[in-house]
Design a protein. Structure first.
Length: 253
């Protein structure tokens, strides 16, 4: 029997002696899922991704990724962080960055093969940035760089792709197409995506986890009651072509 991509059981986490960032979180991410993790700032969403990656360890509880402890090099996990820092004057092209994603396929610093280059270009074309392959990374816009970083993660041929606010730097006019592309990528790998863009979820993701220190809701829909509980404010339902939910004003706001 093949292990599911992510199994989380009774996980607690706190930084140092501070208040818990996550409290008794239990959920599964099934094979082929496209899970969106939503919730207010400080609710533990990015921390949850880092725990799945093995960058952090739970204070209590257990996490398994494909049946093993998080952080195994052969687990087949791709990751795009919310903010990727780099020197804008560093002499590296967009293609160089994407080809870094192929390093896990061989020895460290082993020369890239022609196959690596073809794979990197294939992923760049998929993300709509193939024409930028020879451009210095520092010359690209925020949205273009983000697509390059997603292509880098895809170049490792992941079975599980973790995305932390992947559309944060993408122009609002192209976000719908970006999320549609993530839906297409989901046909070949499981995706867990942290996002604040509740409206863009409709028709793209398969399940939603609403997280605010504890897991408020996890399932195939986005109940209004769960959103109101997670964000501690009222919720209004509106429709801009496709039904989605937006947050109402906080008390006293």
């Amino acid at each position: 029997m093949t292990a599911i991509p992510v199994s989380i059981r009774g996980v607690w986490f706190a930084y140092s002696d501070s208040q818990p960032v996550l409290t008794d979180v239990t959920m599964d991410v099934t094979d082929g899922d496209f899970l969106a993790v939503i919730g207010p700032n400080g609710g533990g969403k990015s921390t949850l991704l880092k725990l799945i990656l093995g960058l952090l360890k739970p204070s209590r509880g257990r996490i398994e990724v494909f049946g093993s402890a998080p952080g195994r090099a052969d687990a087949g996990v791709g990751y795009v962080p919310q903010v990727t820092t780099f020197r804008t004057d560093f002499p590296v092209t967009a293609l160089d960055v994407v080809m870094m994603g192929t390093l896990g396929k061989g020895a460290f610093l082993w020369p890239h093969s022609a196959g690596d280059r073809r794979l990197a270009m294939q992923k760049m074309d998929l993300m709509g940035v193939g024409h930028l392959a020879g451009k210095p990374l520092g010359s690209l816009s925020g949205g273009q760089r983000q697509r390059v970083f997603v292509a880098r993660a895809l170049a490792s041929s992941p079975r599980l792709l973790l995305l932390d606010e992947p559309a944060a730097s993408v122009d609002p006019g192209t976000q719908e197409g970006f999320f549609g592309l993530m839906k297409e990528i989901n046909s070949s790998c499981t995706i867990v995506m942290v996002t604040h863009d509740v409206g863009a979820l409709s028709g793209n993701v398969k399940s939603i986890a609403c997280l605010n220190i504890r897991l408020v809701s996890h399932g195939g829909d986005l109940p209004e009651k769960a959103l109101a509980e997670a964000y501690s404010c009222g919720i209004d339902l509106v429709s801009h072509g496709a039904p989605h939910r937006v947050l109402g004003k906080h008390p006293g706001g």
